[in-house]
Design a protein. Structure first.
Length: 418
């Protein structure tokens, strides 16, 4: 019984302590409505994007010009100066891999040696055959001379002997004429053979000389003074050691003209309809937070392109930088604020004050009788505010969030004169 009585006393004490705590504790704070007034003043609509600086004009540093003629269509970069290196005209920029072309040149040297041997063999064969043909002509001329003498001596002989001598002379004469014609044909054949083997030899030599000249261009040098900036591949990745240079577009790097810069940026398909050539732009540099530049939209792409790993499309926009600044460097990241619309004086409210139900657009406005749902007509909109063209005045007070009455608040229609 004593134990039970003790437990009862403890329970009473705990209950009393709890009651005292609830009595002394402060009541929970009630939610306070925040009201704001519409803002009257300039209103701007800005499209904000991230871009990258590049030179508006640049000199391309190219690899071999006619490498396609060698049958090589992709070349690896084996060495390259660091990006940002200041070079003078004629300075080394990059070295391209020569292994494939070296193998082709070695094969050509073997072909040239074979062609030279064939040419020499053809020359010897021609000289020998023509020499034999000339000796045969000499012998035939002697035979004709002998036949002529026998014919002349036969005039005192019997008619049959005379006739035979005449036949022998004519036969020797025909043999000489035929041999002379054959010799002319042999000379023409020999010349054609020599031209053929000579043309093959010269073709191999010209190809070899062309390959050697092309190989010299595998050592890429600067065409002018400037700062080396790596060019980009078709996927946007910068070229460097190990990258591939295409035979159809052998650009290795660029020498940008730093006196004329532009920001390359991409605008989503929702905002692009508001972006037009000639619009002013405020440009900020991530690397230099205190520097603010101005620019102008120079070009807007007509055709969009898909972003990586996304189904949405973006449109390329080129923004020309108005100022000449020696601190600007290609590939610097920029924050671009494109001013697409502005009003000198407009009444605007925060976006969170706008509510919509069915076809009604309204705000919660303070009135002597409590909050009312005031319908409004809207105009331009930016990322934080929207212009109210009808329904509010600068002296009105509106709720940032839905008041307690919510949609039970009475509805006040905007009049055409407000």
């Amino acid at each position: 019984m004593k134990i039970i009585r003790s437990l009862i006393y403890i329970a009473i004490g705990v209950a009393a302590a709890g009651g005292l705590w609830f009595a002394l504790a402060e009541p929970p704070p009630q939610e306070v409505d925040i009201l704001v007034s519409p803002e009257l003043g300039p209103f701007e609509v800005v499209v904000t994007t991230t871009g990258e600086l590049r030179a508006k004009n640049s000199i391309k540093i190219r690899g071999p010009r006619n490498v396609q003629a060698t049958g090589i269509y992709q070349i690896n970069i084996s060495d390259m100066v660091p990006e940002g290196t200041l070079v003078k005209k004629g300075d080394f920029v990059a070295q391209l891999d020569k292994s494939d072309l070296s193998g082709k040149i070695k094969d050509l040297l073997i072909n040239i040696q074979k062609a030279e041997s064939q040419y020499e063999q053809a020359r010897l064969d021609t000289a020998l055959s023509l020499s034999q043909a000339r000796d045969n002509l000499v012998n035939l001329r002697f035979a004709l001379e002998e036949a002529k003498i026998r014919k002349e001596q036969s005039i005192y002989e019997a008619p049959s002997v005379i006739r035979q001598a005449q036949i022998d002379y004519e036969r020797a004469e025909r043999a000489l004429h035929q041999a002379e014609k054959n010799y002319e044909v042999q000379v023409q054949q020999a010349m054609a053979k020599m031209r053929e083997v000579g043309a093959e030899l010269r073709s191999h030599q010209r190809t070899h000389d062309s390959y050697v000249e092309t190989m010299e261009e595998f050592t890429v040098i600067a065409p002018a003074d400037g700062m080396v900036i790596y060019s980009r591949e078709h996927r946007g990745v910068k070229k460097g050691v190990g990258s591939v240079v295409s035979a159809w577009n052998p650009v290795v790097a660029e020498l940008p003209d730093l006196s004329s810069m532009e920001s390359v940026t991409y605008v989503n398909e929702i905002d692009i309809r508001n972006v037009h050539q000639g619009q002013p732009v405020t440009i900020k540099l991530y690397a230099l937070p205190d520097k603010v530049l101005t620019g102008t939209v120079r070009e807007v792409a007509n055709v969009g392109e898909k972003q990586r790993n996304s189904d949405s499309k973006v449109f390329e926009v080129l923004i020309e930088v108005d100022q000449v600044d020696t601190t600007l460097r290609p590939a610097m990241t920029t924050g671009n604020e494109i001013l697409v619309a502005n009003v000198d004086e407009a009444l605007s409210v925060p976006l969170e004050t706008i509510h919509a139900r069915d076809s009604l657009v309204y705000v919660y406005k303070e009135s002597p009788a409590g909050p009312v749902r005031q319908t409004v007509e809207l105009g331009l909109m930016n990322g934080t505010h929207v212009v109210v063209t009808n329904g509010l005045s600068p002296n009105d007070r509106i709720y940032l969030s839905t008041p307690e009455e919510g949609e039970e608040a009475p509805l006040a229609q905007a009049s055409s004169g407000e």
